[in-house]
Design a protein around this ligand. Sequence first.
Ligand code: PRX
Length: 632
Amino acid sequence: MSTKIQTLSGYYHEYQKSVLQPEEFWTRVADTFHWKKRWDKTLEWDFEGPDVKWFVNGKLNITENILDRHLFTKGDDTAIIWEPNEPNEPHLEITYRELYERVCQFSNAMKAKGIGKGDRVIIYMPMVPEAAVAMLACARIGAVHSVVFAGFSSTSLADRINDCQAKAVLTSDGNFRGAKKIPVKAVVDEALESCESIETVFVLKRTDTDVTMTEGRDVWWHEAVDGQSTDCKAEEMDSEDMLFILYTSGSTGKPKGVVHTCGGYMIYTYYSFMNVFQYNQGDIYWCTADVGWITGHSYIVYGPLLAGATTVMFEGVPTYPNPSRFWEVVDKFKVNQFYTAPTAIRALQAYGLEPVEKYSLESLKVIGSVGEPINEEAWHWYHDHIGKGNCPLVDTWWQTETGGIMISAIAGVTPNKPAHASLPLPGIQPIIVDAEGKELTGNNVEGSLCVKFPWPSILRTTYGDHERCKQTYFSTYPGLYFTGDGAKRDHDGYIRILGRVDDVINVSGHRMGTAEVENAINEHPKVVESAVVGYPHDVKGQGIYAYAICDMEGRTEENLIQEIKQTVRNIIGPIATPDKVQVVSGLPKTRSGKIMRRILRKVAEGDISNLGDTSTLLNPEIVDELTKHINK
Ligand code: PRX
């Protein structure tokens, strides 16, 4: 039975059903999957705990639904098309049967090293097919994967390994990224100096970079799989067993491990993928994200492969060797659905139309956006020049914690409106609340975005710290899941996401906690105190602006700024590097000692016309110093 929505009235009908009878609604979707044992109860929930269980006591293995189920019907169909960083290196097409065999072989290789159900495994790899194989192999044997974006520093990697007490790391000798070759294994070695739990490191040969292999701990991937059987029994998993942990930044200094479980995540990523992108069998689908982020998990690997789709994995970057790279790949594989981030669109828009016009892009049927608000200018450029004005543009709002797309147009079915995520998918009950948590009904309202009913892929906890999960998401407005985003429902009833209302900034679609960056800056021995805010950035959406009070002895300001940037790169990774650092003698503080971030944001934006009342500051004179450079 198809669960694909094809008409606008069909959408309203399904939505209504999903709200009035959520259990029946999701049962119908879940029944299209293979379960080792059917569940006893569809849903148990309580947002106070929080305690959410979907498909209670159901037994399954997600890889049986991705691999085994498709072997007879589509064993020879392409599961993954892999496009390497260098355009002249041959691409790879991996069928469902080959993927099954690779996953089983690597599952057996991990089992041979004593890795099994419940063990945590870190994946710190480039965008190569083995990264998807690694995720699926973990899922096959019941190990819990935690993918760490390979641009994170050794310190960030070590923090994540230690937080989840991982038993193994899967990595490569190096990564290709545009014109650069990054020595990834060396980063892992450095991280492991402060990690005791790791017993095995699997190293994939990718760049032929020289590496040091630690005896008894490090094994080459190709040697580990050599001679392993191409069959491996899928571990029986409970619906609520952990599938993966993915670390994400929040308003506190330490990233948290968002936990997703097997059953609900499987149902929702499949359902949302099929519907939002209107995928048809035989279509070629491409999401340009990295598997290090939730988008890569849900919409490169799990959602598409559960649907038996052909998913493109791209190792490179949009501008290497030239800014036509994306469009060349679209034409090369005749991509039908293309899903990328506004930051990539803005970066490519800056090169003008010449790189686009060399390619026909006529295969495209649907284009999508994710990760941050898409401004109207970028929306129109993407819609007009990439979608040629006739592809629905789905602006998909969701989060690491939501597991799947929550608010988005359904391509060609529900209307898309520039810069609006638009309508909730069936099963999703978003509400907008005021500061007291009162629901704002009707149209033309603005407030905090919450969700009032569970959906199958909602996060279950934050690893090792359930209280933190409760505090962060379920305490601000009791009885509701709080997203951390502000939103507006416009006069037509469409939702527009206004951005974060907490101390999280969104840099090129990547979440960064201001406190996390401040902690890193404070590690510099000359820094006394710092404060970080976001500011509008033409390409990245938001840039990172850091204010630092420093002991200047023996340093020029210029040196210090460079050193502070380098410190952040070393501690978190290049994605967190502040765009601007301003050395200051003080920070605007209230009499109770709280930093007035509102003023810092205004100064960072270069807008000092309306700083508000500064007379309540403990140190009002500091405002002149902060704004001096703007008047210059
Ligand atoms: O602020 C929202 C923004 O990204 C945040 C989630 O970040 P992350 O967990 O890293 O997941 C990114 C990929 C799903 C949200 O709280 N965000 C994501 N998508 C959109 C968005 N903001 C506006 N429009 C979107 N389509």
